[in-house]
Design a protein around this ligand. Structure first.
Ligand SMILES: C[S@@+](CC[C@H](N)C(=O)[O-])C[C@H]1O[C@@H](n2cnc3c(N)ncnc32)[C@H](O)[C@@H]1O
Length: 247
């Protein structure tokens, strides 16, 4: 019997949502470090941001704390969005609007009509979006769907801050969590995208690169700062952050 359950992405994240914020995920910790320096310079009180694949709001709440004027948070896992809504209730309800949208329906520019996509698009009508944030989501989407979504939302001049599992880590692993109720590892749909593939698809949709940062666990001592789960990743690049501008 397999010790892995491969589930549709939204179902896997519905299950993962119960422990997502607390299971000591090393990639989230690397993401926090990158976001702590990459995000603040992009946010002012007038900034409107769309967050694609916001999950439990790990970074949505940072946007609120940094003083963004408006945040449209999008995901297709009800479980993850419930966690976000609980957090937003105690700070941010007037800033954050939440939408259940399946980003894979953005197959070509502006065609998301299913699963709340229409409602989301209506909310954006007449709004100038300044930036799109998407952290640790890209591995679950085909590249054309992701960049079609970002391009349909972001006008020329806007920024896209994207993070993802690094392609080196993605060549030997993928997102997943241990469901302690079944003892099985739950795996959503996942695909590894190389640097060349990401940058080529981004360019097709009018995104130019302003910076790329790659990070991982350097050595045993570095691993200690990230907890027990970091030990097996020593020497592997795990995280990439890319800042794009739409031209
Ligand atoms: C690893 S989590 C990242 C959550 C959050 N951005 C963070 O950094 O903590 C990936 C998120 O992408 C969402 N996601 C995956 N595929 C999606 C799709 N097709 N449409 C919308 N959201 C999707 C999942 O539901 C999940 O919340």
């Amino acid at each position: 019997m397999s010790n892995h359950d491969h589930l549709p992405t939204s179902q896997a994240y519905d299950l993962w949502s119960t422990v997502y914020d607390t299971d000591g995920n090393v990639l989230q910790k690397l993401d926090d470090i990158y976001i702590s320096t990459a995000l603040p310079p992009l946010i002012t009180p007038n900034t409107t941001v769309v967050e694609l694949g916001c999950g439990t709001g790990r970074n949505t709440l940072k946007l609120v704390e940094l003083g963004a004027g408006k945040v449209f948070a999008v995901d297709n896992s009800k479980g993850m969005l419930e966690k976000l809504c609980e957090k937003v209730k105690t700070g941010g309800e007037e800033v954050v609007e939440v939408f259940e949208v399946d980003l894979s329906t953005f197959a070509s520019e502006g065609t998301a009509v299913e699963n709340g996509g229409g409602e989301f698009k209506k909310a954006l009508e007449g709004r100038e979006v300044n930036g799109v944030l998407s952290t640790l989501v890209l591995e679950h989407l085909a590249l054309p769907a992701f960049f079609a979504a970002a391009a349909s939302i972001l006008p020329v001049g806007g920024w896209l801050l994207l993070t993802n599992m690094h392609w080196d880590m993605g060549s030997i692993s993928s997102a997943g969590f241990l469901d302690t109720t079944t003892g099985k590892k739950v795996k959503p749909v996942s695909m590894n995208h190389t640097k060349e593939q990401i940058l080529e698809e981004a360019q097709r949709w009018g995104f130019v690169v302003e910076g790329v940062e790659e990070a991982g666990i350097r050595d045993e001592e570095h691993a200690r700062a990230f907890g027990r789960r970091a030990e097996k990743w020593v020497g592997v690049l795990m995280h990439v952050g890319i800042l794009f501008r739409r031209v």
